[in-house]
Ligand binder design. Structure first.
Ligand code: PMP
Length: 454
């Protein structure tokens, strides 16, 4: 009986193969329709994947992707060790979906100080897998088919793809450079929004604006006046603000980082995003957060609970302890939030010196650990290819990695397709590096300059 059943199944499969031209078990079976969802169209390429690979292959000195090559602070490393050795064994298990309770509690305490309002740790704070997932959750939570999102150029490149994946359209508005005073280096503050141009981008289709201050890649720290202008438009057009403030502690020369959520009328319409990776120089931990009103965060939680659920409990526990320390030392000279920008400002100035010495003009950043510089001085080494699809800065950066061993990121990465060729002579360096790394970069630039002039 069984044998008969088996032979008839074989017979059935053979028949199907001959009639359909393939076996249902064949590995070559192809679907006759696209397998990928439509929302993935046009976002399959990722510049970071390409440039990180090139940097790993060719560069001796990597000032490309934004991560420190110096250690995370001892107190954070100790916190992780303590959580492992002395903490409850339950730290190896799932925790609360929207954030490990000790972490959301301490984040609420910190942000109560920063925003000047009472916060409920359970409803006004949510922990995410890095700021990246916080961004993803926000776009998924708020942006519908047909919605427009205002994005200020240059921008952290994932905003555009994430808006698209949510079914929305990015509407770009540029920061426009104005010439610095005679004899002065350009500052990131010289890159400004034109108020009329910004206003023209808002309409009844606008659902949100993405603000990134301090801004990656320029290092611009938006002034109170600029933030008030954005806030006014958000209120007037009933628009949400997704405020990416991952570099909130990395601000230099006594500049103040102002949180847009603290401006009148903005708390109710803003989600503020942060990152322990940037805050504690531990980008690989991928712990981020969102802070905002429950009426917004409830929808961000819906996306989160239906995607990643939560990030590693033990990393959240250690970050919570790191913040606990900072809360105790708040505003004191020993605070990491005071020490890190001080150290980074020195590193920024070291890199500026190296660049200026070889004729590369830096745009002095007021914040972040990035610096954009004008490489026109070295342009003759990498000639233009007329009508090339690839922006000049991309070709220059690849050439520099392969031939000089120095990695950076082309500025066009941070522009929309339509504006990729607007600033062909600028590249971005990351200066969150050991002084030895910055010195090695200096040596490469000096040698290059000598070769050019000899
Ligand atoms: N926003 C900006 C502006 C960034 O530069 C980065 C990291 N480069 C992120 C978000 C992502 O942060 P995280 O590593 O915490 O996911």
């Amino acid at each position: 009986m069984l044998r008969r059943a088996g032979s008839s199944l074989r017979h059935f499969l053979l028949e199907r193969k001959s009639s359909a031209g393939y076996s249902s078990c064949s590995r070559e079976a192809k679907m006759s329709r696209p397998v990928q969802a439509r929302r993935l169209e046009g976002i399959d390429k990722n510049i970071w994947v390409e440039f990180v690979k090139l940097a790993a292959t060719y560069s001796k000195v990597n000032l490309g992707q934004g991560f420190p090559d110096f250690p995370a602070p001892d107190f954070l490393q100790e916190a992780l060790k303590r959580a492992l050795s002395e903490g409850s064994h339950m730290l190896h298990q799932y925790t609360r979906a929207f954030g490990h309770p000790p972490l959301v509690k301490v984040l609420a305490q910190i942000f109560e100080k920063l925003l000047g309002r009472e916060l409920d740790p359970m409803t006004n704070v949510m922990v995410t897998v890095g700021a990246y997932q916080a961004l993803f959750c926000c776009f998924q939570a708020f942006v519908d088919e047909g919605d427009e999102v205002v994005v200020i150029e240059p921008f952290f490149d994932c905003y555009e793809s994430m808006v698209k994946m949510a079914g929305g359209t990015s509407v770009f508005v540029p920061l426009r450079p104005k010439a610095p005073e005679d004899g002065k280096l350009m500052s990131s503050a010289d890159w400004q929004l034109d108020p009329a141009e910004l206003a023209s981008k808002f309409s009844e289709r606008t659902k949100a604006i993405v603000l990134n201050s301090p801004n990656n890649p320029l290092g611009k720290v938006f002034s109170r006046g600029e933030l008030e202008l954005i806030a006014e438009l958000c209120v007037k057009h009933n628009v949400l603000c997704i405020s990416d403030e991952v570099y909130e502690w990395l601000v230099y020369d006594g500049k103040e980082h102002i949180r847009i959520a603290s401006l009148p009328g903005m708390w109710d319409r803003t989600v503020t995003i942060g990152s322990a990776g940037k805050t504690f120089s531990a980008t690989g931990w991928k712990v981020g957060w969102t802070v905002g009103p429950d009426r917004l965060l409830q929808h961000v939680r819906t996306v989160h609970q239906n995607s990643v659920y939560h990030c590693a409990t033990i990393a959240q526990e250690a970050v919570a302890q790191g913040f606990q320390r900072e809360l105790t030392l708040y505003g004191k000279p020993e605070s990491y939030f005071v020490q890190l920008p001080r150290t980074l400002q020195q590193k920024r100035d070291l890199l500026i010196q190296s660049l200026v010495a070889v004729g590369i003009k830096p745009i002095v950043p007021e914040g972040t650990y990035f610096l954009v510089a004008d490489i026109s001085e070295f342009k003759s080494d990498v000639p233009e290819v007329p009508n090339s699809d690839e922006p000049y800065d991309c070709r220059f950066t690849k050439w520099m990695m392969k031939n000089k061993g120095l990695a950076a990121i082309p500025l066009s990465t941070f522009y929309s397709e339509a504006h990729k060729n607007n600033y062909p002579n600028f590249i971005r360096f990351c200066f969150a590096k050991e002084d030895a790394t910055l010195k090695a970069a200096n040596d490469i630039l000096q040698k290059w300059k000598k070769e050019k002039t000899s």
